[in-house]
Design a protein around this ligand. Structure first.
Ligand code: HEC
Length: 140
């Protein structure tokens, strides 16, 4: 019986995202942290604090994933654009790893080139998915 109730609840979440509109996705917290990390990186580059750049780039590259259920909801929404969505994610991860390596070598120019790659990944995904995402999950 308990199992059945859970199945019903899960189905409701999948079918009716508006029902959960008041509860932000864990995804939003991940994004907020990414935003903070990017600000930390910009400040650290200005100070040529390469250890801090390296540490923060690793946090960007290894950001936590939302739960399996939440990812299922996100992927269901993204639908046939999943390849594109994942490509932007991959670009930010690769850029972050490049940035960490460049910072370890104190190579400021390469750090900045990698930072640009990361930012283009963030921007590309936001331009393609943010508005629809916010409307779908938060009815805004
Ligand atoms: C694969 C897609 C994708 C990538 C890559 C991505 N984002 Fe996002 N981001 C989103 C979506 C979708 C939203 C809107 C979700 C929301 O507001 O809950 C968002 C929202 C945000 C927000 C606003 C969160 C809030 O409080 O409302 C910030 C800040 C942010 N992203 C930062 C970043 C940064 C920095 C990067 C790159 C390091 C990045 N994002 C990469 C998809 C992405």
């Amino acid at each position: 019986m308990k199992l059945n109730i859970n199945v019903v609840l899960v189905s409701m979440c999948l079918l009716s995202p508006a029902a959960m509109a008041t509860e932000p996705l864990a995804f939003q917290g991940v994004m907020r942290d990414l935003g903070k990390h990017m600000q930390t990186v910009a400040g650290a580059i200005a100070n040529e604090d390469w250890p801090l750049v390296e540490k923060t780039a690793q946090l960007i590259g290894e950001h936590p994933k939302p739960s399996v259920l939440e990812r299922a909801r996100i992927f269901a929404f993204v639908g046939s654009n999943l390849g594109k969505f994942k490509e932007f994610d991959k670009q930010t991860h690769e850029g972050a790893h490049e940035m960490a390596h460049a910072a370890a070598e104190k190579d400021g120019v390469r750090v900045i080139n990698a930072l640009q790659k990361v930012q283009l990944g963030c921007l590309g995904c936001h331009q393609n998915f943010r508005a629809g995402f916010v409307k779908h999950f938060y009815s805004k």
